[in-house]
Design a protein around this ligand. Structure first.
Ligand code: FAD
Length: 415
């Protein structure tokens, strides 16, 4: 066999297979997925899926019949274990070998494992897969005190979902603010206040030092010396990229599989996309690895176009898709456009409406991005601003009468 082999049947792996067929690719496509289930969406796992009795099928990216109809061979429950670049084949866990013309690494990321005593006790969970979510959902029925380790997107989404189920919830965050890697101080502070108002206890600057119990968790011990009851623990302390397969094949890795602006690794026949890929972002002007649906989908589309374009980079543009993210936490939809982490100045719009925010994040005079809460209009305008490289100055935004929509329209009219 040859054609395209895709290692990883998540959001990115699915998309490259679908886009190849949509673009008329006539060769074989094999999607090898360590998870047995057909590709599905992860975002609902930490939001609706754990609190409703939704069926797994509601998560599927496409019905199972899609793969047969599109001649995509889905190898569920199989792992790519090695790449022989000289021979142009991959080995599977079963011992089988698959030859390829192009190999796409879409292996995603795995939850970070914290070296905490007690992490193997019953009642201690992680959340990456539908199976994880189903175990968590089943175990929640008898739990009343939930400790969540990590105040990032996933920890906070779960916290809000569990408050809606009337669980007592505590979030332990080692840093001095929530979502510190991804949002501004101002937005962190808003969510801290709102989660506390929802009834979640939040401990900042606090680490978990042990999970206590005999067979099942009964409490957590914290770095401040306190011990709190917990009959369920969720560890949501970030992820690490699944880049070992690439590294063992002699490809460059550095917090992810290193790729060029066309998502190619050091080997022109091998691409890497999605959560496992480290690339130079034109928006941040540095190497980044992004964990988002948008990034997985856009990089997959680019790789499909490149494979369809007979490897001719002249016919394609380098990856410069505008990054955007969302997170649903109780009644609040947080949306971020751009990579705002390096901002040195944040201008908050004066909206005069409770529960809504627009934060313009600048580095010097350059708008890095916009963070919004329950303001989808500004988020969409932000995507246009960054995509079209429209200039917006700090003093304009700071003006009391600033109207983003009118401003964007005027800039576009000016050309
Ligand atoms: C609970 C949760 C909530 C999220 N919410 C949001 C959200 O609200 N918004 C947002 O933009 N993003 C969200 N994300 C992130 C988003 O889901 C990921 O960025 C996206 O799934 C990345 O796609 P991927 O294909 O790169 O990786 P994944 O979806 O992780 O897929 C990788 C797949 O490859 C498999 N694999 C690994 N190694 C091998 C191997 N050697 N051989 C074969 N298969 C292998 C893995 O088992 C996995 O199935 C969320 C993630 C989680 C876990």
């Amino acid at each position: 066999m040859s054609g395209v082999v895709i290692a990883g049947g998540g959001q990115a792996g699915f998309q490259v297979a679908a886009s190849l067929r949509q673009g008329g690719y006539a060769g074989e496509i094999t999607l090898v997925s360590a998870e047995a289930r057909h590709p599905y969406q992860r975002p609902p796992l930490s939001k609706t899926y754990i609190k409703t009795g939704a069926a797994f099928d509601s998560l599927l990216l496409k019905p199972e019949t899609f793969y047969e109809k599109n001649a995509i061979t889905f190898r569920g429950g199989e792992r790519v274990t090695a790449i022989d670049r000289a021979a142009g084949w991959v080995s599977l866990g079963s011992g089988e070998q698959l030859t390829y013309d192009h190999l796409v690494l879409a292996t995603g990321a795995s939850n970070r494992v914290l070296p905490i005593p007690g992490r193997d006790l019953a009642g201690v969970h992680q959340l990456r897969t539908a199976e994880d979510a189903e175990k968590l959902r089943a175990d929640l029925a008898d739990a009343s005190d939930v400790a969540i380790v990590g105040g990032g997107f996933i920890g906070l989404e779960v916290a809000a979902a569990l408050r809606a189920l009337n669980k007592r919830v505590m979030v332990v965050e080692a840093a001095d603010r929530l979502m510190g890697r991804t949002v501004s101080q101002e937005v962190s502070a808003f969510f801290l206040a709102e989660h506390r108002a929802m009834g979640t206890e939040i401990r900042l600057n606090t680490a978990i030092s042990a999970i206590l119990g005999e067979e099942r968790v009964r409490a957590v011990a914290l770095s401040d010396g306190s011990e709190l009851p917990a009959d369920l623990v969720l560890i949501a302390a970030g992820v690490v990229p699944n880049d070992a397969l690439a590294r063992e094949a002699g490809l460059s890795t550095d917090n992810g599989v290193v790729v060029d602006p066309f998502m190619a690794t050091d080997d022109p026949h091998i691409f890497a996309i999605g959560d496992c890929a480290a690339f130079h972002s034109v928006h941040a002007d540095r190497m980044v690895r992004l964990e988002s649906v948008q990034n997985a989908v856009d990089q997959a589309k680019l790789v499909a176009a490149r494979i369809l374009g007979s490897d001719d980079p002249a016919t394609l543009s380098p990856y410069r898709a505008v990054p955007w993210f969302w997170s649903d936490q109780g009644p609040y939809k947080l949306q971020i456009v751009g990579l705002t982490a390096g901002a040195d100045h944040v201008e908050m719009a004066d909206l005069g409406e409770a529960g809504k925010l627009v934060a313009y994040c600048f580095k010097g005079d350059r708008l890095l991005g916009i963070e919004t809460v329950n303001r989808p209009g500004e988020h969409m305008l932000g995507r246009r601003i960054l995509a079209e490289d429209l200039r917006i100055a700090r003093d304009e935004v700071a003006h009391a009468d600033f109207d983003l929509k009118a401003h964007v329209a005027a800039l576009q009219a000016r050309g």
